[in-house]
Design a protein around this ligand. Structure first.
Ligand code: XMP
Length: 518
């Protein structure tokens, strides 16, 4: 990375809160670069990272727990501004000689705080009661450490916010990073801009510029190959690299026969005709469907598709000649997954990544997006002039329609599902829902039901419609699609898709359900 993009950084120490990524996203939204690291990062590493300030996240522990996370105490001697959130504040209190105690009841939910000091952290607020914040804690501060003053209080938390302004150490019992704290961003901005002295330098325009420059320097004259699926991450990765190294980049699109209707043609058209990229389409439909014959177990399907993808990709790459690098659209959340000490999402399904390629092929990785969150990747996409339909595309699983056809996958069943899927997406777009929901798709069930069409009794397939609202796919709720939209989707699918005589709507949330059916 070039100097100026990363001259001003904030370090977020992860104490295991479910909100740690959200803190980072809020900080990035203010155009300040930040990174999440485990709470026990060494002082040397912190010094090398050279942040302008540190945020301690919340966490599920009590500081009295036997294995409560405790960072290196020397962190205070770095004389950097610190903001402790929830557990982070309790840890600071404990470390500096104050008293933390169990609150009589766990406080969870919205609370009203009284702001006593509208300077620094609460600059621009009014000194009054009634500021709404989101609380989620068991312990509370009974006695502040010496040198600290109360900035805000609530009925249940006499010390809802505190500070030792001379040492620039701040603590809040509530969560400024969640939307239920309506002025939370204002508090974070005060910390970042007023207290740490950051400026809003982190923009996607500057990211694009510096990344292109950096890629050029790293890659030099070498060749790079990239698997391009047409999803947002791989598309942005490829276009960014194309800007950097032009014809040294070759992209491979493996059509595994499990894509939606017209998908591989659209991807080829955009990148070959419009961007003039070196594109290579491999139509491996028969190969994949052959290997999937008679397979009904979902994990088995995933394994086969992952393995055969590597086989096909490797073969094509070899045909294209020697490459030194493999470009991948790894995003920051994947990077955090592998470093956080025990983040709540540590158990995310590993099958979501088509792994193994670089090892098998002996290639070095280029991952230009590994610092970005998804919303930042989308902004980069816009910055690069990619079409909106691509940038705002809903996620699509690597194993494609295979995990949306329950039971065996055949050409005929794929065609039924594709036809239903086209209608569903058309209606979702018409209803202006496509960009509002996280994902919307059709699923073909492995059962047949009885119906009547004209004078005839039918015995045909069932399509389930799934549409969910979500922020990050970790949790999701079913979309409240208006009845008339559901009605149109159902009518059209039953009338227009041969072999379907019933449509149902899935109203399960995640957890306990998952988004996909398999
Ligand atoms: P679940 O079904 O686990 O899905 O709630 C969460 C998100 O991940 C996508 N998904 C996959 N993506 N390979 C992928 O690349 C997979 O095997 C896979 N399974 C689920 C799913 O579409 C949703 O966005």
């Amino acid at each position: 990375m070039t100097e100026n993009l990363h001259t001003q950084k904030i370090l977020i120490l992860d104490f295991g809160s479910q909100y740690t990524q959200l803190i980072a996203r809020r900080v990035r939204e203010t155009q300040v670069y930040c990174e999440i690291h485990p709470f026990n990062i060494s002082l040397e590493k912190i010094k090398a990272f050279s942040p302008m300030g540190i945020i301690f996240s919340g966490g599920p522990s009590s500081i009295y727990d036997k294995d409560a996370p405790m960072p290196d105490k020397g962190i205070l001697d770095l004389n950097l501004p610190i903001l402790g959130i929830c557990y982070g504040m309790q840890y600071l209190t404990h470390l500096l000689g104050g008293v933390v105690s169990k609150a009589a009841d766990r406080e969870y939910g919205s609370a009203s705080i009284n702001i006593n000091d509208a300077e620094d952290l609460f600059h621009g607020f009014e000194e009054r009661e009634g500021e709404m914040v989101w609380m989620s804690h068991g312990d509370r501060i009974d006695e502040m450490p010496r040198g600290f003053a109360v900035l805000a209080s609530s009925k249940n938390s006499p010390t809802a916010a505190m500070a030792d302004t001379s040492r620039r150490i701040f603590g809040v019992q509530f969560h400024p990073e969640v939307v239920h704290t309506p002025n939370g961003t204002k508090i974070l901005k005060n910390f970042l801009f007023r207290i740490c002295g950051c400026e809003p330098l982190w923009t996607m325009a500057s990211f694009v510029k510096s990344t292109i420059k950096e890629m050029r320097e790293t890659i030099g004259e070498e060749r790079v190959i990239c698997g391009l699926s047409g999803g947002v991450d791989s598309s942005v990765t490829a276009v960014l690299l194309h800007h950097a190294i032009g014809s040294q980049l070759s992209c491979i699109l493996v059509d595994n026969g499990l894509l939606r209707r017209g998908e591989s043609e659209e991807v080829m058209e955009l990148f070959q005709e419009h961007y003039h990229m070196d594109m290579h389409l491999v139509d491996a439909t028969d190969h994949f469907l052959g290997h999937l014959k008679d397979v009904t177990d979902p994990e088995e399907k995933r394994k086969i598709i992952g393995k055969e993808f590597i086989t096909i990709f490797e073969k094509k790459a070899k045909e294209l000649g020697e490459a030194r690098y493999l470009a991948q659209g790894t995003l920051y959340p994947d990077v955090i997954e592998s470093v956080s000490f025990k983040g709540p999402s540590a158990t995310i399904k590993s099958h979501h990544n088509v792994g193994g390629l670089p090892d098998v092929m002996n290639l070095e990785l280029v991952e230009p997006l590994r610092e970005l969150f998804k919303d930042e990747v989308r902004q980069v996409g816009f910055e690069l002039g990619l079409p909106r339909a691509l940038v705002m595309r809903q996620p699509f699983p690597g194993p494609g329609l295979a995990v949306r056809i329950l039971g065996e996958i055949t050409h005929e069943r794929l065609e039924i599902l594709r036809s239903a899927d086209v209608i569903l997406l058309e209606e979702i777009r018409k209803a202006d829902l496509y960009e509002k929901v996280w994902q919307s798709f059709a699923v073909l069930l492995p059962v047949r039901t009885v119906g009547v069409m004209g004078d005839e009794r039918t015995y045909e397939n069932v399509i389930a419609i799934r549409s969910v609202d979500s922020l990050d796919a970790m949790t999701a709720d079913w979309t409240r699609i208006p009845y008339d939209v559901l009605g149109r989707i159902s009518n059209r699918i039953i009338n227009q898709v041969r072999g379907v005589n019933r449509v149902v709507y899935d109203i399960s949330s995640k957890p306990p359900g998952t988004i996909e059916w398999e």
